[in-house]
Design a binder for this molecule. Structure first.
Ligand code: HEC
Length: 155
């Protein structure tokens, strides 16, 4: 009787531990997916601010362009530090992701997508007048689009 009880206790503990482990892995995938989607929302905000300058709706201002470029860079640095694209994040438990499996089957291609973004941001940072800003901008749009076409599922 005592043995049985201990066994049952161990069994239930074992299950509880396994359950907690799985729950943890899933919730951290959800947290990482949410974090990378937050990075992308920052990117979208940055894009909108730059397009508004491009269209002349917001007056050109070098400091504003620099600060937007930095926001893209900072968001990406935070995502990299948090390892938001690690292989455990291919699917979430409750959070939906549009990340395609190619992110993990073609890591070199995905890395090239980030390099294109870095180069585009560096181009914006090197621009300090309206003409060079306008010349640098298209590379940013191309970096977003180029990566989405390969690595983001269409909604
Ligand atoms: C190297 C690849 C890559 C680059 C560069 C990139 N994205 Fe993304 N983006 C993705 C992937 C992958 C997703 C889907 C993420 C997910 O759902 O887990 C995504 C999702 C998004 C989303 C949807 C976020 C949400 O709320 O679900 C927006 C908006 C977005 N990107 C905007 C941008 C903009 C603007 C840029 C350029 C300034 C950009 N992205 C650059 C790969 C990239």
């Amino acid at each position: 009787m005592k043995m049985k009880l201990a066994g049952a206790l161990l069994l239930s503990l074992g299950l509880a531990v396994a359950g907690a482990g799985a729950g943890l892995a899933q919730s951290s995938a959800d947290a990482l997916i949410t974090a990378r989607q937050a990075e992308m929302k920052t990117n979208m905000k940055a894009m909108k601010a730059l397009v508004s300058i491009l269209k002349g709706e917001t007056p050109y201002d070098d400091a504003a362009v620099q600060s937007v470029a930095k926001s893209i860079q900072d968001a990406h640095a935070a995502s990299t530090a948090a390892d938001v694209w690690n292989v455990s994040t291919q699917t979430g438990a409750t959070v939906k992701t549009d990340a395609k499996p190619e992110i993990w089957s073609d890591p070199a291609g995905f890395a090239a997508g980030w390099t294109a973004l870095d180069v585009a941001v560096a181009g914006l940072e090197a621009s300090h007048d309206e003409a060079s800003f306008k010349a640098a901008f298209p590379a940013l749009g191309a970096a977003c689009k180029g990566c989405h076409e390969k690595f983001r599922a269409a909604d």
